[in-house]
Design a protein around this ligand. Structure first.
Ligand SMILES: C[S@@+](CC[C@H](N)C(=O)[O-])C[C@H]1O[C@@H](n2cnc3c(N)ncnc32)[C@H](O)[C@@H]1O
Length: 187
């Protein structure tokens, strides 16, 4: 199979190309910590992952997962909204991951929102090193996410093409609102 069969796999494939040992990276939507763990393994012992979530449950679940995998010290877990990224991170980063939507297995009403997501993406774009990458898994469908998805898919078209390459990967012939992968690379 040449085309990855999930949005998660697509984003991981791209992020792997952008991140090396010793890098500083951000997980903007920590959730249950699967991407924080993925990033912690990529940056190794000498790197750092800054991970954000507004829900305590996410921090608890992520801390437990990182502990179990023996990489807890590679991550700084921050209980704050990602629109405050620049309050916590002041050095350049090589990658920022977003997985929009709600905490799997959690409260569907506590989901990402376009207004704060866009602030977080703008701050991430400033922090990115040249050649750095932002990946966004745009989850929507069922009872939520349409407003954010519609606004975001329009907004990304306005990003300056001279400074950033923006790529959208969408499983257009799949039913039930499959998530969309968006990549933003700093030139
Ligand atoms: C789809 S989940 C992320 C899944 C996660 N990547 C994983 O591996 O489990 C989205 C997460 O974003 C969080 N979230 C919602 N609004 C946020 C905000 N303004 N800042 C940071 N996190 C937020 C939610 O609490 C939820 O845990």
């Amino acid at each position: 199979m040449i085309i990855p069969d999930s949005t998660l796999k697509i984003t991981h494939e791209y992020i792997k190309k952008a991140v090396s040992e010793g890098n500083t990276v951000i997980d903007a939507t920590m959730g249950n910590g699967h991407d924080t763990l993925f990033l912690a393994n990529l940056v190794g012992e000498t790197g750092k992952v800054f991970a954000f979530d507004i829900q305590n449950q996410a921090l608890e679940n992520t801390a437990a997962l990182l502990e179990k995998e023996g990489v807890r010290e590679r991550a700084v877990l921050i209980n704050d909204g990602h629109h405050n990224i620049e309050k916590y991170v002041d050095n350049h980063v090589n990658a920022v991951m977003f997985n929009l939507g709600y905490l799997p297995g959690g409260d569907h009403s506590i989901a990402t929102k376009f207004e704060t997501t866009v602030k977080a993406i703008e701050q991430s774009m400033k922090l990115l090193s040249p050649g750095g990458l932002i990946s966004i898994g745009v989850y929507y469908g069922g009872d939520s996410g349409f407003e954010e998805k519609n606004a975001l898919m329009e907004w990304i078209k306005t990003i300056d093409y001279k400074s950033y390459t923006v790529l959208v990967l969408d499983y257009v012939n799949r039913p039930n609102c499959p998530p969309i992968a968006v990549m933003i690379e700093k030139k």
